[in-house]
Design a protein around this ligand. Sequence first.
Ligand SMILES: [Zn+2]
Length: 300
Amino acid sequence: MYHINILDLHFKGAKKVIASFLISHGDTHVLIETGPESTWNSLTIALGKHGLKPGDIDAVLLSHIHFDHAGAAWKLAEAGARILVHPLGIPHLSKPERLWQSAARIYGEANMEQLWGKMNGIAANKLVATSHQEKVCIGELTFSALHTPGHASHHIAWQLGQNIFTGDVGGVKISGGPVVPPCPPPDIHLEDWKKSIRLLMDRKPEKLYLTHFGEIAHPVEHFQMLEKMLDDWASWMKVHYEQETPIDEVKRAFMAYTARQMEKQGADENLQALYEYANPSWMSVSGLIRYWKLKEKNYI
Ligand SMILES: [Zn+2]
């Protein structure tokens, strides 16, 4: 039987913001998500606690290519691991310049390295394209790739037995706080996201593993909350989009709105800060406004 270990990568020195999952079965070791390169040190320390080095990892399964999930994949590839990702993610991982530039437009070039560390390209012979419902066998472990767009067009949730590793399509929930949907640009798609939630629920998972952060024992309630919040945030944003409120004003108002939501659900300031590390609210403003804009023009 395999073991699932949650590795805390201590992003920004905080606990329970970004996870990587180590799944071990005999001599087979698989990582789901790598975190960014900036937390490489934490990752190697966490692997060391299990008696492992990066070179012991056989394969890395990525949910998507955002830096907080995939930023350190190139280092594991250099250490020998195969990197599995949706086909649309392959060109970005082999030549990450465009990915880096588009993240720099969101976060600001000056903040990039401190937040995410470095990103180098991955050799073509280490990258494996994986699409919907493909079964991936690594040693005696069999994973199913579930294409689950909505948060990112190339998003994959990984199923192992009745466990699903949900990447970001399963939302963010930290330390018993509320469930929230991370909505960064450029791929947010409400209808796709809801379809993905349905697809995951149809699999009747017993447990979910969220990259932000950890194990969820009640998947049905979790997904219901996620869908409710997705609708709530999207309709809040639609009003401001239609009123053409200046973007900085929307960001301020949305941060105040989500802070109130958090307080109502019992999240204190410290917990709210962790949510902001994992899923900055200002970023969801850009993502959801873009969604409504594209929708109005019938582009999506
Ligand atoms: Zn993401």
